[in-house]
Design a protein around this ligand. Sequence first.
Ligand code: BTN
Length: 246
Amino acid sequence: FVGEVDYHETVDSTNDVALAHCRRRAVDGPLLVLAAQQTRGRGRGANSWWSVAGSLTFSLIISPTGLGVSQERWPQASLTTGLSVCLALDHVVPGIRSALKWPNDVFLNGGKVCGILVEVAEGSTQSLVLGIGINVNNSFVDAPPELTTIATSLADATGREFDRTEVLIALLKQFETQFRRLAANDPQLPADWLQRCALRGLTVTIETPTHRTTGRCAGIDPQGALVLETVEGPERFFGGVITSFE
Ligand code: BTN
């Protein structure tokens, strides 16, 4: 599936390296930018993502057109990436069910184990950069309490260490399978997002640039929108930041 690998000991952000590749030339086949360490890893919005020893940080450049994903489905790339991570974790940590926190965080045992940042790269051809940070052998057990309660790693969840190459291979296999399903308009794909939805049934507050809305989460609809039952009826969100869920 992956045509090229660009490995770095240290980079600012693998997403920035990937975006620079796409500006310089047309990247057709999937290209993997992998780094042992990031000094300025970016998250969604103003978040940053520290890559510490033991974590896995990479960006995968894919050509949605090359894979046959029609443009109206591009916004579903984040959920498809998140679902791929969940399904890969089913193999890596069998018995522990991971969940998808819309739009693209992956939770394990109630803590964030993976953050995803999907960006559109403008070059001679349009590509998508799937940026993934996954906590593998790094631990949050001795981290400050504000982190321990929200973050976890595969090692924290299982009490053992993992071969990061094996985790990476499991992830790449799922990216290939799930993006092919997206390209084929597989009608079961939205059902799989819904089944993994960590927010379903919870009271969720979401902020968009203009509004702040609270409601009971009914799930994710077939277009990938988050659905909240509010006092004014069901509302659908294609973007926004979840500021609380309980
Ligand atoms: C988030 O939780 O808000 C998303 C975090 C995404 C982090 C990954 S690490 C690899 C890639 N390079 C970056 O700079 N960010 C993503």
